[in-house]
Ligand binder design. Structure first.
Ligand SMILES: Cc1cc2nc3c(=O)[nH]c(=O)nc-3n(C[C@H](O)[C@H](O)[C@H](O)COP(=O)(O)O)c2cc1C
Length: 187
């Protein structure tokens, strides 16, 4: 069976963003499982940026289309999701349909969970399936050391194993279902 293709998506485009540290950890955990083939989509990269007229770049469209599953790595800005992440999500439509989306979040006391809860509503509209199990890092900058390693990795690693097991289950099931019967024709 082909490996599940997972696109990891940066939530932040801020200069000096902490997102990079959390994406790096997320990619390491995905790579350790060996079930997944990875793509990393960064809205700060001009090739992934939605175009000014709101039409998504073809390259971004293709990468979203090819993905069987998504992991969004996001902080929380003023109790919501970052605007560049929403712009990236809104720049595509059917590419999200009938695919699973999981979340790794970070921030202050809430660990970015308020952004995650709002994103669940957004992805419901896009016919995506959000994974109940998420990993969050409250006070994230204290949890990672200067080299970007977690000071106490066990709990987050266990959480990530659960997240990835669920993501894999849904990705396998939905990939098979999409190939048997195209989702667009289901209504
Ligand atoms: C505009 C803005 C709003 C923020 N609002 C929140 C917030 O509501 N809750 C929270 O926990 N942290 C908040 N923070 C702190 C962020 O969690 C922290 O700066 C984090 O590093 C942002 O991720 P980034 O560095 O990858 O952009 C906010 C930061 C910014 C820049």
């Amino acid at each position: 069976m082909d490996k599940i293709r997972v696109a990891v998506i940066y939530g932040s485009t801020r200069p000096g963003r902490f997102c990079h540290t959390v994406v790096r950890w997320t990619v390491e955990r995905l790579a350790a499982s060996e079930k997944f083939q990875l793509d990393v989509i960064d809205p700060a990269d001009p090739s992934a940026e939605p175009s000014i007229d709101e039409r998504p770049s073809q390259f971004l469209q293709q990468r979203l289309e090819q993905a069987d599953a998504f992991v969004i790595v996001t902080p929380e800005y003023n109790h919501g999701y970052p605007a560049p992440l929403k712009a990236l999500i809104d720049s595509s439509g059917a590419q999200w349909s009938a695919k699973p989306v999981a979340f790794v979040s970070y921030g202050g006391v809430s660990g970015g969970l308020r952004a995650v809860e709002q994103l669940r509503l957004v992805f419901a509209e896009l016919h995506a399936v959000t994974i109940r199990d998420s990993v969050s890092f409250p006070g994230a900058w204290e949890q990672f050391d200067e080299s970007g390693a977690l000071r106490n990795p066990e709990r987050s690693q266990r959480g990530m194993e659960t997240l990835l097991a669920r993501l894999n289950w849904w990705a396998v099931a939905l990939r098979s279902a999409r190939s048997t019967s195209p989702y667009a024709l289901s209504a």
